[in-house]
Design a protein around this ligand. Structure first.
Ligand code: URA
Length: 441
């Protein structure tokens, strides 16, 4: 077998065999295949696509490239949730403690932000002292003790994905259904949970820009899980505008705290309840989705979800006084306002572009190596389709560098378009895909 023939075969649009896929993954992971050949194959896959069989084989090969976490020493059904990535998506910060407060063990492996999308680990690190590099034993004992742990993936899980994802990121080959599905599912399957709820984002701030490709990705991932005997469902949710009002690490922690206290944005709360009720159902804590909603609502109202968040922060070495008093979280030295230049309705608010403005402020990382400014970011005062009057504040930009603040402000002015037509709000949830098929909502 040689790499030249494999690239050529895919370039001609033919199906790669299991042996060829295994050969590529094994030899790319151990350094025998150079980046330029892997990049050529990725581009061929991007244009010629992979069928279901190839995608399943690619997922298995990546899953077997590293260690698999064994969570059997955690009692109960272990659940996990994964988002395909978005702007202002702080759902895990709310959902984790909320579901754990309902008695379900949450053993969550999270990632860092890259490009315009944020990452849970970066958000958590805005809390002073919070350690996301837990040892395997500590991770398991925290879930057994308080039902919740969130940690970064160890280097040994799916090393093939780590290398390939970095290569895809710089070769414009991220947004291919088979490559995304195998990347996410190999990591999720290696992380050892029994049940997984996937949040597949669709819209301007997501990798999947249209509904058809979002449903295709969801179906592909659910099918991979089905083939490997895992209970998986996928929710298709909107990412055409940022989720909630806050974008940026410390700012998102504050919004998550408010949400756990019952004062969160409507879209964030709704999404959390949709995902949470399905997690409770998969974890057999409830018999119906409605029962799940009730349990989640009670955990917010009686304060147990917020108490769980504080327990979690303490258990991972974080400064709980910042949670009791979010004023103590890192704050940017300057805040400037974006005001409406005319009256009307905000009919354009491209989520990816807003994520890129947050990047300009330093809230995210352009490359794996870049440093992030945990205090920087954006607080929206208006959401898509909201009415505004001339001079009203649309957003607050938080930053520590005048030049970057002005650049981000000028970009925001171009992104947000105010027109006269009063359009209807779009949906937040478009559908659910499970092992029995697809339900459009
Ligand atoms: N998230 C992942 O983990 N992998 C992808 O390919 C895309 C989003």
């Amino acid at each position: 077998m040689n790499m030249y023939e494999i690239i050529k075969k895919k370039r001609e649009g033919n199906q790669l065999s299991k042996e060829e896929i295994n050969y590529f993954i094994e030899n790319y992971t151990n350094g025998n295949i150079p980046d330029y050949q892997a990049a050529a194959l990725l581009m061929a896959i991007y244009f010629k696509k992979m069928n279901k069989k190839e995608t399943v084989n690619l997922t298995s090969a990546m899953l077997n490239s590293g260690e698999k976490i064994n969570l059997t020493s955690i009692e109960g059904i272990k659940v996990d949730k994964h988002s395909t990535g978005g702007v202002g998506d702080k759902t895990t910060l709310v959902l984790g403690p909320l579901v754990a407060a309902c008695g379900l063990p949450v053993a969550k492996m999270s990632g860092r932000g890259l490009g315009h999308t944020g990452g849970t680990l970066d958000k958590l690190e805005a809390i002073e002292g919070l350690d996301i590099n837990l040892s395997k034993d500590k991770f398991i004992s925290n879930v057994n003790k308080i039902k919740l742990a969130v940690a970064g993936q160890t280097a040994n899980i799916t090393p093939a994905d780590k290398k390939l994802y970095a290569l895809r990121d710089v070769t414009a080959t991220v947004d291919n259904v088979s490559l995304i599905a195998s990347s996410i599912m190999s990591k999720k399957l290696a992380s050892g949970s029994d049940a997984i709820v996937l949040d597949v984002k669709v819209g301007s701030g997501a990798f999947m820009k249209d509904l058809d490709s979002a449903f295709e990705l969801a179906k592909e991932m659910v099918d991979i899980g089905k083939g490997m005997d895992k209970d998986i469902i996928a929710i298709i949710s909107d990412m055409d505008e940022p989720l909630g009002y806050a974008i940026g690490n410390a700012l998102e922690v504050r919004e998550a705290i408010e949400t756990l206290k019952g004062n969160g944005p409507k879209d964030l709360l709704e999404l959390t309840f949709v995902l949470g009720s399905r997690l409770l159902l998969l974890g057999k804590k409830v018999k119906t989705v409605e029962e799940g909603y009730k349990l989640l609502k009670t955990a917010i109202e009686d304060g147990s979800a917020f108490i769980k968040f504080k327990e979690f922060v303490k258990a991972q070495g974080g400064n709980v006084s910042q949670i009791n008093n979010p004023e103590l979280l890192p704050k940017a030295s300057k805040v400037i306002e974006l005001r409406a230049e005319k009256s009307g309705y905000i009919n354009e608010m491209n989520a990816e572009e807003i994520g890129r403005c947050a990047l300009v402020l330093g809230a995210g990382r352009e490359t794996k190596e870049s440093q992030i400014d945990i205090s920087a970011g954006i607080i929206l005062n208006k959401k898509k389709y909201d009415k505004v009057t001339k001079g009203e504040i649309i957003a607050y930009l938080h930053g520590n560098n005048d030049k970057k603040l002005i650049e981000a402000l000028n970009r925001m002015k171009c992104i947000i378009k105010i027109t006269k037509d009063n359009k209807k709000k779009k949906k937040l949830i478009y559908g659910i895909v499970d092992k029995n098929g697809t339900v459009n909502i």
